[in-house]
Design a protein around this ligand. Structure first.
Ligand SMILES: Nc1ncnc2c1ncn2[C@@H]1O[C@H](COP(=O)(O)OP(=O)(O)O)[C@@H](O)[C@H]1O
Ligand SMILES: [Mg+2]
Length: 117
Protein backbone atom coordinates (compact mmCIF):
# COMPACT_ATOMS: atom_id res chain seq x y z
CA UNK A 1 0.00 0.00 0.00
CA UNK A 2 1.55 3.31 -1.11
CA UNK A 3 2.40 5.86 1.54
CA UNK A 4 0.33 9.00 1.13
CA UNK A 5 2.09 12.25 0.34
CA UNK A 6 1.76 15.14 2.84
CA UNK A 7 -1.14 16.81 1.01
CA UNK A 8 -3.05 13.50 0.77
CA UNK A 9 -2.41 12.83 4.46
CA UNK A 10 -3.62 16.32 5.30
CA UNK A 11 -6.85 15.63 3.39
CA UNK A 12 -7.33 12.32 5.23
CA UNK A 13 -6.75 13.87 8.65
CA UNK A 14 -9.04 16.86 8.14
CA UNK A 15 -12.42 15.86 9.53
CA UNK A 16 -13.83 19.07 10.94
CA UNK A 17 -15.83 20.09 7.87
CA UNK A 18 -16.37 19.72 4.15
CA UNK A 19 -13.26 19.23 2.04
CA UNK A 20 -12.73 19.44 -1.69
CA UNK A 21 -9.94 17.36 -3.20
CA UNK A 22 -9.31 18.62 -6.69
CA UNK A 23 -6.60 16.73 -8.56
CA UNK A 24 -5.93 15.00 -11.86
CA UNK A 25 -6.65 11.43 -12.94
CA UNK A 26 -4.42 8.86 -11.28
CA UNK A 27 -3.09 11.37 -8.76
CA UNK A 28 -4.43 9.58 -5.67
CA UNK A 29 -7.94 10.96 -4.99
CA UNK A 30 -9.55 7.58 -4.43
CA UNK A 31 -6.66 6.67 -2.13
CA UNK A 32 -7.51 9.73 -0.03
CA UNK A 33 -11.18 8.78 0.16
CA UNK A 34 -10.57 5.13 1.02
CA UNK A 35 -7.92 5.99 3.64
CA UNK A 36 -10.23 8.60 5.08
CA UNK A 37 -12.99 6.02 5.46
CA UNK A 38 -10.49 3.73 7.23
CA UNK A 39 -9.33 6.64 9.42
CA UNK A 40 -12.91 7.58 10.36
CA UNK A 41 -13.73 4.01 11.35
CA UNK A 42 -10.48 2.89 12.96
CA UNK A 43 -9.12 6.07 14.53
CA UNK A 44 -12.11 8.34 15.02
CA UNK A 45 -14.46 5.57 16.16
CA UNK A 46 -17.17 6.49 13.67
CA UNK A 47 -19.50 3.59 12.92
CA UNK A 48 -19.41 2.46 9.30
CA UNK A 49 -23.20 2.75 9.04
CA UNK A 50 -22.82 6.50 9.55
CA UNK A 51 -20.55 6.88 6.53
CA UNK A 52 -21.69 7.16 2.91
CA UNK A 53 -19.25 7.31 0.00
CA UNK A 54 -20.95 8.36 -3.19
CA UNK A 55 -19.61 7.79 -6.68
CA UNK A 56 -20.81 8.59 -10.15
CA UNK A 57 -20.43 5.16 -11.73
CA UNK A 58 -21.03 1.57 -10.59
CA UNK A 59 -17.46 0.74 -11.62
CA UNK A 60 -16.10 3.41 -9.29
CA UNK A 61 -18.23 2.23 -6.38
CA UNK A 62 -17.14 -1.40 -6.93
CA UNK A 63 -13.51 -0.30 -6.95
CA UNK A 64 -13.96 1.84 -3.86
CA UNK A 65 -15.68 -0.99 -1.95
CA UNK A 66 -12.88 -3.35 -2.84
CA UNK A 67 -10.19 -0.87 -1.79
CA UNK A 68 -11.90 -0.10 1.52
CA UNK A 69 -12.20 -3.87 2.07
CA UNK A 70 -8.44 -4.28 1.82
CA UNK A 71 -7.84 -1.41 4.26
CA UNK A 72 -10.46 -2.17 6.90
CA UNK A 73 -10.74 -5.77 7.99
CA UNK A 74 -13.58 -7.79 9.40
CA UNK A 75 -16.96 -6.57 10.48
CA UNK A 76 -15.89 -2.93 10.96
CA UNK A 77 -17.19 -2.04 7.52
CA UNK A 78 -20.64 -3.54 8.18
CA UNK A 79 -23.33 -1.07 7.14
CA UNK A 80 -20.95 1.15 5.17
CA UNK A 81 -22.59 2.74 2.16
CA UNK A 82 -20.49 2.92 -0.98
CA UNK A 83 -22.73 3.44 -3.95
CA UNK A 84 -23.55 5.62 -6.88
CA UNK A 85 -25.67 8.62 -6.05
CA UNK A 86 -28.45 6.99 -8.09
CA UNK A 87 -28.40 3.91 -5.86
CA UNK A 88 -28.10 5.97 -2.70
CA UNK A 89 -31.21 7.92 -3.67
CA UNK A 90 -33.09 4.76 -4.55
CA UNK A 91 -32.16 3.10 -1.26
CA UNK A 92 -33.24 6.13 0.75
CA UNK A 93 -36.59 6.14 -1.04
CA UNK A 94 -36.94 2.37 -0.51
CA UNK A 95 -36.23 2.63 3.21
CA UNK A 96 -38.46 5.61 3.83
CA UNK A 97 -41.46 4.76 1.68
CA UNK A 98 -44.22 2.20 1.90
CA UNK A 99 -43.96 -0.42 -0.87
CA UNK A 100 -47.35 0.59 -2.27
CA UNK A 101 -46.34 4.27 -2.52
CA UNK A 102 -43.07 3.22 -4.13
CA UNK A 103 -44.84 1.15 -6.79
CA UNK A 104 -47.07 4.09 -7.56
CA UNK A 105 -44.10 6.48 -7.78
CA UNK A 106 -42.20 4.16 -10.10
CA UNK A 107 -45.20 3.67 -12.34
CA UNK A 108 -45.37 7.45 -12.57
CA UNK A 109 -41.65 7.76 -13.30
CA UNK A 110 -41.80 5.10 -16.01
CA UNK A 111 -44.58 6.98 -17.71
CA UNK A 112 -42.96 10.38 -17.34
CA UNK A 113 -39.36 9.66 -18.40
CA UNK A 114 -38.94 9.78 -22.19
CA UNK A 115 -37.21 6.76 -23.70
CA UNK A 116 -34.09 8.67 -24.78
CA UNK A 117 -33.18 9.54 -21.12
N1 LIG B 1 1.17 8.98 -2.51
C1 LIG B 1 1.24 7.99 -3.36
N2 LIG B 1 2.42 7.41 -3.67
C2 LIG B 1 2.50 6.40 -4.57
N3 LIG B 1 1.45 5.86 -5.21
C3 LIG B 1 0.23 6.39 -4.95
C4 LIG B 1 0.05 7.47 -4.03
N4 LIG B 1 -1.28 7.78 -3.97
C5 LIG B 1 -1.89 6.93 -4.82
N5 LIG B 1 -0.99 6.10 -5.39
C6 LIG B 1 -1.26 5.03 -6.39
O1 LIG B 1 -1.57 5.67 -7.62
C7 LIG B 1 -2.58 4.95 -8.31
C8 LIG B 1 -3.76 5.87 -8.60
O2 LIG B 1 -4.34 6.27 -7.36
P1 LIG B 1 -5.90 6.55 -7.19
O3 LIG B 1 -6.12 6.81 -5.76
O4 LIG B 1 -6.69 5.44 -7.82
O5 LIG B 1 -6.02 7.89 -8.05
P2 LIG B 1 -7.30 8.69 -8.62
O6 LIG B 1 -8.49 8.27 -7.82
O7 LIG B 1 -6.94 10.13 -8.44
O8 LIG B 1 -7.41 8.30 -10.06
C9 LIG B 1 -2.95 3.77 -7.41
O9 LIG B 1 -2.26 2.63 -7.84
C10 LIG B 1 -2.49 4.19 -6.03
O10 LIG B 1 -2.17 3.09 -5.21
MG1 LIG C 1 -10.31 7.43 -8.54
Amino acid sequence: MAKLNPRQQEAVDYISGPLLVLAGAGSGKTSVITRKIAYLIETCGIKAHNIAAVTFTNKASREMKERVGTLVKGSATRGLTVSTFHNLGLNIIRKSTKPSALRKAFRYLMIRIPSHC
